[in-house]
Design a protein around this ligand. Structure first.
Ligand SMILES: [Zn+2]
Length: 265
């Protein structure tokens, strides 16, 4: 009995020491990253779905992600737009709705403040929700487009969200309306992609936030830098080499790093 009790005490002591050790290590990382950001003359941020989940938007590839419910190849493609517009339209009406109720979180505002303070030069985002711009970031490259914009699939004429939702045909050519996002199989917008590569090449520091780096070419952009690359994500599924890896939720990590920046300034 006494031995069992002693064993139990020892186990919990070790557990506590371990947890404190992990905590210390993580806090050390926040400070180190804060120093890197303050030292860097050109910092570029690359964000993915993990940046938006704290705003209440589902991500795509996690176990509770959007692609567990919908098959991307059936709804998010040019083929679906042409041959199965009902499903295509239903999916993007649903996604558009969740986007209008969700709002940027503290992490988006921190990045926007960093840009105002000259600590961030630009944000390259795979997210189509426009939260970075909503939070006040100015130099944002939407490499996968925006779900808040709509246009005609046939002639490219701009359209309104209401017309898309109400399935009103294009008022110029009668074509089908679509959201202004990059569908599977479509090329990325040339200007945004070229500008993103230019930004990453100039960067002394690249912060990758909330992306599993699965979808190319976005997943390879950071490789064009000769600067340091820091990877921040909720899960450590990326088996690639980075100068620093911080496991945690985007908003929470940015908040901690920002606190360290304020202390060091
Ligand atoms: Zn048209």
């Amino acid at each position: 009995m006494t031995i069992a009790l002693l064993g139990c005490c020892l186990f919990f002591s070790y557990l506590l020491i371990y947890i404190q050790g992990v905590d210390k290590m993580i806090n050390y990382q926040f400070r180190e990253l804060a120093k890197e950001i303050l030292d860097s003359k050109y910092t570029v941020v690359l964000t993915g779905a993990g940046m938006s989940t704290e705003s209440g938007l589902s991500d795509f590839r996690s176990p509770t992600g959007i692609w567990k419910e919908f098959d991307p190849m059936k709804v998010a493609t040019i083929d679906a737009l042409i041959n199965d517009y009902d499903n295509f339209h239903r999916f993007y009406t649903l996604r558009g709705k969740s986007n209008t109720t969700a709002t940027p979180h503290e992490g988006h505002y921190i990045l926007s403040n960093w840009e105002d303070d000259g600590l961030v030069k630009s944000i390259i985002t795979q997210n189509v929700d426009d939260f970075h711009k909503k939070a006040g970031s100015k130099n944002v490259l939407n490499i996968h487009g925006s779900i808040r914009e709509f246009r005609c699939f046939s002639c490219g004429r701009e359209a309104t969200r209401d017309d898309f939702i109400n399935r009103v045909p294009c008022n110029s050519c009668g074509g089908k309306l679509r959201p202004g996002i990059v569908l599977f199989g479509e090329a990325l917008p040339v200007y945004e992609l070229e500008k993103s590569i230019e930004e990453v090449k100039k960067a002394e520091l690249v912060l990758i936030i909330g992306t599993s780096l699965t979808v190319y070419p976005a997943a390879g952009i950071h490789k064009r830098t000769s600067g340091k690359v820091v990877y921040i994500n909720n899960e450590n599924e990326v088996k690639k080499k980075f100068d620093m890896v911080i496991i945690g939720k985007a908003g929470e990590v940015l908040k901690k790093v920002n606190e360290e920046i304020l202390k060091l300034k």
